[in-house]
Design a protein around this ligand. Structure first.
Ligand SMILES: [Fe+2]
Length: 342
């Protein structure tokens, strides 16, 4: 009798250990997606405009809703975060939705990448997504999440070239009456940079700067002479832009919005902003990353703009929660409006 009890307890302990191990393995063992190994890019590649998907703009122009830093990871906050996303979409009736990074966060990124893809698809509106520094800190890597996003019905996401740095460097063209109108360029600003012996915030690689230059030149050569960019981590010129605005006495014709924390860029600067100036086609740059900054400044002819943080997951400021509505008028004039929840 006593021996039987010991055996029963031993079996029970073994079952608990096996189940616990299975759960831990299920959560923490990485899952890796397939990279698209056909997409090696070289600056000598021929640019093919037909490789870039197009969306036709209506007579009233084009409305983009930028959501950022949703940070899906807390089960008890999922419903509330979904409600915010739904409210912003329903109230602003966008033609296109773009999520500028840190959409998911932590070990549950497998579950929440599928969750957000399903939620966005339910609105039947084209959507794009870029990665932030936190998206791939969990079990799934960027290719795995990229496969989820690529296979979502209304997503325009592409993993993009596999050899330039980052994952999810891609573009979408807007046409009006079938003619070139605007380009939307999505890029991965990477998780971190190792520079001068220090680990810093993510920045573009030199290859990404070259790829952008090649892409932008190809677009211009095909009649797309205006573009806007979407990525997560601001480059250092966001601070320069803010300083310029501050020195103007916060001239409202130069900038607007709030700065309540540092511009958290890498100090390493591979020259993306200079490449933008050189090409002269990108009119606007939209980022996320710094949750309580949402300022917009026109700097050297380019509008540099933070998005409004869109959820109460991770740090936030209640009065600075919401989304950003970017309207491109039929004559290609762009207006930016912060849409706060409160
Ligand atoms: Fe974030």
């Amino acid at each position: 009798m006593k021996k039987k009890t010991v055996i029963t307890i031993s079996v029970s302990v073994a079952v608990v250990v096996v189940v616990a191990a299975a759960i831990l393995l299920g959560i923490f063992v990485p899952v890796n997606g397939k990279m698209n190994d056909t997409e090696y890019w070289s600056e000598y590649d021929e640019f093919k405009i037909e490789d870039i998907p197009t969306i036709e703009v209506g007579d009233d122009g084009f409305t983009i809703l930028q959501l950022t830093d949703l940070h899906y990871h807390l089960p008890h906050m999922t419903g509330q975060t979904d409600d915010i996303v739904e409210k912003l979409i329903e109230e602003n009736d966008p033609d296109f939705i773009v999520l500028t990074g840190d959409t998911v966060y932590g070990p549950t990124n497998v579950m929440y990448s599928k969750h957000i893809a399903k939620l966005l698809d339910s609105f039947k509106i084209p959507w794009a997504i870029v990665y932030g520094n936190h998206d791939d800190e969990g079990k799934a890597d960027k290719y795995w999440m990229g496969n989820v996003y690529e296979n979502s019905e209304y997503s325009v996401y592409k993993n993009g070239p596999c050899n330039i740095g980052g994952t999810g460097n891609y573009a979408v063209n807007l046409t009006k009456n079938g003619q070139p109108f605007y380009s939307l360029i999505m890029m991965d600003s990477n998780r971190e940079t190792h520079y001068n012996g220090n680990k810093e915030y993510g920045s573009f690689t030199p290859s990404q700067v070259s790829w952008y230059g090649w892409l932008q030149q190809g677009l211009v050569d095909n009649g797309y002479d205006k573009s806007m960019m979407f990525f997560h981590i601001p480059f250092p010129e966001f601070q320069d832009a803010y300083d310029y605005w501050e020195q103007s006495g916060f001239d409202p014709s130069i900038g607007s919005g709030n700065k309540n924390e540092d511009v958290c860029s890498a100090t390493y600067n591979p020259g993306m902003f200079n490449k933008i100036l050189e090409k002269g086609a990108t009119t606007h740059v939209f980022v996320g990353h710094d949750h309580v900054n949402d300022f917009t400044v026109n700097y050297q002819g380019v509008t540099l703009s933070y998005g409004v943080k869109s959820s109460r997951q991770f740090y936030y400021q209640e009065e600075l929660l919401g989304g950003t509505v970017i309207k491109i008028s039929p004559d290609a004039e762009v207006t930016i409006e912060r849409k706060y929840l409160n």
